[in-house]
Write a protein that binds this ligand. Structure first.
Ligand code: HEC
Length: 150
C-alpha cells in the first residue's frame, strides 16, 4: 500500500470512529447532579423544552378526557403528540443527542400513538390509564438520566 493510501485509510478510520462515537454518546458532559448534560444551543434547548411542555399539556388533557370516559377526545389529543410530531425535527439537533436519548425520545412519541389507537379501538378508561401510567415511566426515566446545558 502506498503512503498516501495508508494516510487516507487512517483519516477514514478516524472519521468513521468519531462519527460512531458521537452517534452513540452525543454531545454530553457530566452534570453537578450526576445526570448527563446534553449540550445544545439555547435555540435548540428552547425548542425541545417547548415540545416537552406540549407533552405535559397533552398528558394533562388526556387525564381529563379519561376521567370523562371520552375515548374520542383521548385519541384526538394523543395522536398529534405521537410520531406525527417528529416530522421536521432538525438533523443537526438529533445528531447531538446520545443514542439512548434518541431511543427514549422515539418511545415518548410512539407511546401516544399506542394510546390513541387503543382509545379508538374502544379500550376502557382503566386500560388507557394503565397505558398512560406505563408511558409516563418513559418521561421520568429520561428526566432521571439527562438534563440540558449549553
Ligand atoms: C429522551 C428524554 C426525555 C423524554 C423521553 C422526555 N423528556 Fe421531558 N425533558 C427532558 C430533558 C433533558 C429536560 C430538561 C431537564 C433539565 O434540564 O433539568 C426535560 C424537561 C421537561 C419539562 C420542563 C420544560 C421546561 O420548560 O422547562 C417538561 C414539562 C417535560 N420535560 C415533560 C415531559 C413529558 C410529559 C414527557 C413524556 C411524555 C417527557 N418530558 C419525556 C428529556 C426528556
Amino acid at each position: 500500500m502506498s503512503r498516501t493510501a495508508v494516510v487516507a485509510l487512517v483519516v477514514w478510520v478516524a472519521t468513521v470512529s468519531a462519527a460512531a462515537y458521537y452517534f452513540f454518546s452525543g454531545y454530553t458532559t457530566e452534570g453537578s447532579d450526576g445526570r448527563d448534560v446534553v449540550l445544545l444551543t439555547s435555540a435548540e434547548r428552547d425548542e425541545v423544552l417547548a415540545e416537552m411542555r406540549g407533552l405535559l399539556q397533552a398528558t394533562a388533557d388526556i387525564t381529563g378526557a379519561l376521567a370523562r370516559g371520552d375515548n374520542a377526545a383521548v385519541a384526538e389529543i394523543a395522536r398529534p403528540v405521537g410520531t406525527a410530531a417528529m416530522e421536521g425535527e432538525s438533523l443537526a439537533l438529533l445528531a447531538k443527542l446520545p443514542f439512548a436519548f434518541k431511543e427514549a425520545g422515539l418511545n415518548a412519541h410512539t407511546g401516544f400513538d399506542l394510546i390513541a389507537t387503543a382509545a379508538e379501538a374502544g379500550a376502557t378508561p382503566q386500560e388507557l390509564t394503565g397505558m398512560l401510567s406505563d408511558h409516563l415511566m418513559v418521561c421520568t426515566g429520561c428526566h432521571a438520566a439527562y438534563r440540558f446545558g449549553e
